[in-house]
Every structure is written in structure tokens, then in C-alpha cells.
Design a protein around this ligand. Structure first.
Ligand code: FAD
Ligand code: NAP
Length: 546
């Protein structure tokens, strides 16, 4: 019997019903809408922003680009899409990625399924029939059999509580909320606070415009030149001719792109082989430097070889050895925070109008109307750029009042760290699915393929329930506990927990310190998800209509 046959006469139960509500219209939410619709499920998407794009709608700071190659960082589910779209650069700009997402939304007629400017404020379980009542800040109320949180792991921007920040009379811009009309820094004295991927991408571009640029760095980051370049028509043709194989390798890879590590382990290679392998990977550019050898992220000696090579490269381009000392990380193994991908980042500090300030040595004390004061001095400024990152993985979900069994709130349930099974389900929250949430590889993988994998798994699960007469699916508490142990076991076998990274929640004061991701590799994770499904959704309780 359809659960919608049992709607009571209360106002909420008369709210419109759909099979699925999807929260978010980034890569994940868009694909969820397309796939669920294709499978005949009525689906409504709510998106807080006025447009599609998610990450790529909001992060419009100068220099913003992907750090997974464009030809891999795009939908794979339709050969027609990947054959028709042509990327212009190895690492596409934010603007080009947003154009692509809009093009897909138009081609697949996705906008008609989305309510924009519609922020979901709560989702409440009705335990009687495992349905959800979803409330939106527009006043809309919708009931749904399934809720799919495609809210993004990096979509809650973080603004540190610098005393006096609100008194600054110049411009303040967070990289994740960049004005759509752009910002002209010509003739201005600008500060950038933060040297993660967003800071490192934007600093060289801002330096090209600004009269003076002061970079406030807390922790130096490892960053590898992107080696970005235009894609020639031959490059594009070669990729398109070989897409099926490229994607096959990506689906079977550790990170969702067709990278293959050196056949030897680091210390098995001779010094010459090692150097050549690092050099080759360095010339290719980007984040995959941390995967040159397969053991780089698990063996401290191997990691140290990569770090030494890296240090030599950076010292080779920074003129002032004291500035180089400040820029080279010493507090975490290379790769244990996401390696940044840059274009002329380190060279920027050779420019006379660019100054690097270590806020570890001279902390920011306050911001006032005219600028920033550190323990050492005051900096007069016209603009402050906050490249201070995100409350990652859990921050966006915590903003939604998600109420499950027995009135349990997700944010309370996760007070000591997120609890999921496979990163897809949570005990006590039946029929709620997470896309690219904690407990999955998520940000450790190419996130477009990751979103496709999650959505496919979720759509298959819903199909299974419908075919077998179930109304709900809920992670078993034991399966959640065991998955957390498994994620920790795998993380602890690597060097990752040694860094104060956002993967560990370390960037948010008071956030529990747990490694929030599955680090066993993309393909391994997908195999586990497949096995769980093939075994009749092992670890999940399947619920019958009562
Ligand atoms: P998002 O794109 O974050 O979309 C989530 C959407 O949900 C947003 O539009 C948000 O407004 C909406 N939303 C959230 N809460 C609510 C609510 N309560 N109600 C309604 N709507 C809501 N990953 C890579 O793999 N490769 C890269 O090169 C890469 N580059 C990146 C560069 C930047 C600057 C950043 C910040 C991240 C990058 N990432 C990259 C990670 C990136 O977040 C993912 O690749 C991907 O775009 C995430 O897609 P998504 O749909 O899961 O989430
Ligand atoms: P981030 O990596 O968390 O970097 C934030 C920066 O702000 C860090 O340098 C941090 O220092 C600093 N910071 C935070 N609070 C501070 C404070 N109170 N005082 C001084 N400094 C402070 O954030 P992000 O750069 O936005 O990147 C987040 C993730 O998004 C990336 O890791 C990546 O996954 C993705 N991303 C990708 C790209 C790309 O290249 N495609 C670009 C941007 C973002 P600490 O390190 O000391 O905390």
C-alpha cells in the first residue's frame, strides 16, 4: 500500500507529498534530481541560493579553479554530455565550471524541479510511516518518503571571531561569498587572512591588482604548481576518444581520477628513480604529488622523501630565505592536509608590494575601522579578504533542525563527532540519506564521481525497497559503530591524523577531533557499498508498513 494512502487530516499531513526531497542543487543535488526523476520518482529540490551550482555558485574569488582535471571533474553518467562539452583549460575556472553546471541543468530540464531561494530549515521524521516533513524558510511544507541531503561538505563558510571585525570601514569579503560583480582591488591596500587552497589560489591574482598586499598566515600549507594550461583541440579529441577507459580507471582508482602511482614503493626505488618520479609528478602538477608513490601517506620515511623534494623546489623560487622558512610547513606530513594547487603562489612573495605576516609569531589582536592590529603593529587597509575556510562536513547539516526517532536531533546525536554507516545513513534517521557526507571518501575523491556513486546507490536502495514492499531503510546502530571503528582504523594506519586539518575538525574551535572521512580509497569504498547492497542492505534495517 502506498504510504500516501494514510495521510491524516492534520494540516501537515495535507502538505504536498513527493517521493523524495533533495536539499541542495550543486553537482550532487542536480544529479539526484535527474536520476530519481529518470526512475519515475517524484522529486523536489530545495536550494538556498537563487541559482544552481553550489560550491561553484558561491566561490567566485579571483583565481578560483578546480584542482581535479576538468575532463575528470564533470559528470560521467552521460556519454552525450561528456562528448558535447569542451573544457578550455586543464583546470577550469569557477566561471567555466558554473557555465557547465548551468548547461547541464538546461539540457536535462532540471530547473523545473528546483525551488530556488528556498532554504530548508527543518526535517522531521514521522515515525508512524517513516516519512519526513520538510519545512522551508519560504513557508512551504512538503512531506516526503525520502530526504536526500546534498548540502555539500564545504558549504558552511567559516568567519573567525576577530575582535572588532564588524567595525572595519573598508570592504570585507569571504572567498566563499564573493560578490557576483567581482571586486576591483586596483590601488588598494589589501589583507588576505588564510593560506589554504582558497587563499593560495587568490593571493597571486589579488597581488596583480593591489597596491599593497599583506598575507596573514597561520599555518603554512604545502602547495604544488598546477601546471595549468589551455587544452588544445588535440588534447580534447584524445580525451574524448578515450573517455570510457579514462572513466573506468577513475572508478577503480583511489581518488576518482585516472592516476596510477609509481610501481615501486618510495624506498624500494633508487634515489635516482625516486627523484625522477617526484620530478615527473611535479611537472604534471597539482594535488596528486602526494600520491607519487603508493606509500607516501602511510610511511613517515617515504613521506619525508617527498617533503625534502618539495622543500628544495620551494626554496628554489622564494628569494628571501627567511620568507621561505615561513612558507614551508614543518608541523604536518606533506599531503595530510589537502595539498593546494597554485599558479605562481610562492613567486608572489618575491614581489616588493607583498608582505607575509605569520600570525603564529605575531597574532592578530583586533580589527578596527582602519585595519588590522597584530601584537607587533597596525596595518592600514582598504579591504580584508577572509580565506578562512569552512565548518566542513557537518557545519551545513547542523544548521538544519533534523529530528529523527524519539525526537532525537542529528546535531545532538553528532555532538561527539558524526555517526554514519557508509556515510550514507544514520541510525535513528530512517529514509534520510547523505550525499558526500562524513564517513564517506567525499572530499578525498573527485567529488563529481563521488556524488554520482552515492546517488546511484541511494536510487538503487529506493528501488529495492519499492520492489520488495518495504517502506523504509535505517542504518543499524551496530553497523554505525562498526563503520566508525573501521574509518578510524583506516585513518590511524595513515599519517593523516597527525595534521590539524579540517578533515579532523581542527579548524573550528570546540569541534570534536575525529577524522571524518573514509580513507580506504574510492574504489575500495565503492566495492564495500556494492557488497552491502548485494547482501540485501546488510547493516540496514528494512522497514515494513505497519
Ligand atoms: P555543494 O556544491 O556545496 O552544493 C550544496 C548546495 O546545497 C549549495 O548550493 C547550498 O546552497 C545548498 N544548501 C545547503 N544547505 C541548504 C539548505 N538548508 N536548504 C537549501 N539548500 C541548501 N572537489 C573536487 O573534487 N575537485 C575540485 O577541484 C574541487 N574544488 C573546490 C574548490 C572550492 C573553492 C571549494 C570550496 C570546493 C571544491 N571542491 C572540489 C569540493 C566541492 O565542494 C565539490 O567538488 C562539489 O562541488 C560539491 O558538490 P555538492 O553538490 O555535494 O555540494
Ligand atoms: P582551509 O583550507 O580551511 O584554509 C583556511 C585558512 O584560513 C587556513 O590557512 C587557516 O589556518 C586560516 N585560518 C582559519 N581561521 C583563522 C584564524 N582565526 N586566524 C588566522 N588564520 C585562520 O579553507 P579553504 O582554503 O577555503 O579550502 C577548503 C577546502 O576547499 C580545500 O582543502 C579544498 O578541499 C577545497 N578547495 C579547493 C580548491 C581548489 O584548488 N580547487 C580551492 C579552494 C578550496 P590554519 O591552517 O592554521 O587553520
Amino acid at each position: 500500500m502506498s504510504i500516501f494512502g494514510r495521510v491524516s487530516d492534520s494540516a501537515e499531513r495535507q502538505a504536498p507529498s513527493v517521493d523524495a526531497v533533495v536539499v541542495g542543487a550543486g553537482f550532487a543535488g542536480l544529479y539526484a534530481l535527474h536520476e530519481l526523476r529518470t526512475r519515475g520518482l517524484s522529486t523536489r529540490v530545495f536550494e538556498a541560493a537563487p541559482e544552481v551550482g553550489g560550491t561553484w555558485y558561491f566561490n567566485r574569488y579571483p583565481g578560483a579553479r578546480c584542482d581535479v582535471e576538468s575532463v575528470d571533474y564533470c559528470f560521467s553518467f552521460s556519454d552525450e554530455l561528456q562528448q558535447q562539452w569542451t573544457w578550455s583549460e586543464k583546470y577550469a575556472t569557477q566561471a567555466e565550471i558554473l557555465r557547465y553546471i548551468n548547461w547541464v541543468a538546461d539540457k536535462l530540464d532540471l530547473r523545473s524541479g528546483i525551488d530556488f531561494n528556498a532554504r530548508v530549515v527543518s526535517a522531521t521524521l514521522d515515525e508512524d510511516d517513516s516519512t519526513w516533513t520538510v519545512r522551508v524558510d519560504t513557508g512551504q511544507v512538503v512531506r516526503a518518503r525520502f530526504v536526500i541531503m546534498a548540502t555539500g561538505p564545504l558549504s558552511a563558510a567559516l568567519t573567525p571571531n576577530f575582535p572588532g571585525l564588524d567595525t572595519f570601514e573598508g570592504q570585507i569579503h569571504h572567498t566563499a561569498h564573493w560578490p557576483h560583480e567581482g571586486v576591483d582591488f586596483t590601488g588598494k591596500r589589501v589583507a588576505v587572512i588564510g593560506t589554504g587552497s582558497s587563499g593560495i589560489q587568490s593571493i597571486p591574482v589579488i597581488a596583480d591588482q593591489a597596491d599593497e598586499l599583506v598575507v596573514f598566515q597561520r599555518t603554512p600549507n604545502f602547495s604544488v604548481p598546477a601546471g595549468n594550461r589551455e587544452l588544445s583541440s588535440e588534447d580534447v579529441a584524445a580525451v574524448k576518444a578515450n573517455y570510457a577507459e579514462r572513466r573506468r580507471l577513475s572508478w577503480r582508482s583511489g581518488g576518482g581520477s585516472p592516476h596510477v602511482a609509481h610501481p615501486k614503493l618510495t624506498m624500494q626505488a633508487s634515489p635516482e628513480e625516486r627523484r625522477e618520479a617526484f620530478e615527473t609528478r611535479w611537472q604534471l602538477g597539482g594535488v596528486l604529488f602526494s600520491k607519487t608513490f603508493a606509500d607516501q601517506m602511510t610511511d613517515r620515511t617515504a613521506n619525508e622523501e617527498a617533503r625534502k623534494f618539495y622543500e628544495e623546489k620551494i626554496r628554489g623560487v622564494v628569494d628571501d630565505p627567511d620568507v621561505a622558512d615561513l612558507l614551508i610547513p614543518t608541523d604536518h606530513p606533506i599531503g595530510t592536509k589537502r595539498i593546494c594547487t597554485d599558479t605562481n603562489y610562492f613567486q608572489t612573495f618575491n614581489r616588493p608590494h607583498v608582505k607575509l605576516v605569520s600570525v603564529r609569531k605575531t597574532p592578530i589582536v583586533a580589527v578596527d575601522a582602519t585595519g588590522i592590529t597584530t601584537t607587533e603593529r597596525h596595518y592600514d587597509l582598504d579591504a580584508i579578504v577572509l580565506a578562512t575556510g569552512f565548518d566542513a562536513m557537518t557545519g551545513t547539516l547542523a544548521k538544519i533542525d533534523i529530528v529523527g526517532r524519539g525526537g532525537q536531533r542529528l546535531r545532538d546525536d553528532w555532538a561527539d563527532g558524526p555517526r554514519t554507516y557508509l556515510g550514507l545513513g544514520v541510525d535513528g534517521f530512517p529514509n534520510m540519506f547523505l550525499v558526500s557526507g562524513p564517513g564517506a571518501p567525499a572530499v578525498l575523491a573527485n567529488m563529481v564521481l563521488h556524488a554520482e556513486a552515492h546517488v546511484n546507490w541511494i536510487a538503487d536502495a529506493i528501488g529495492y525497497l519499492d520492489e520488495h514492499g518495504y517502506v523504509g531503510i535505517e542504518a543499524e546502530p551496530d553497523a554505525v559503530d562498526e563503520w566508525i571503528v573501521e574509518c578510524n582504523r583506516r585513518a590511524n594506519a595513515t599519517l593523516f591524523p597527525q595534521a590539524n586539518s579540517w578533515y579532523m575538525g581542527a579548524n573550528v574551535p570546540g569541534k570534536p577531533r575525529v577524522f571524518m572521512l573514509f580513507i580506504g580509497g574510492f574504489a575500495v569504498y565503492l566495492d564495500i557499498c556494492r557488497e552491502v547492497a548485494a547482501a540485501g542492505y546488510k547493516g540496514f534495517r528494512l522497514l515494513k508498513d505497519s
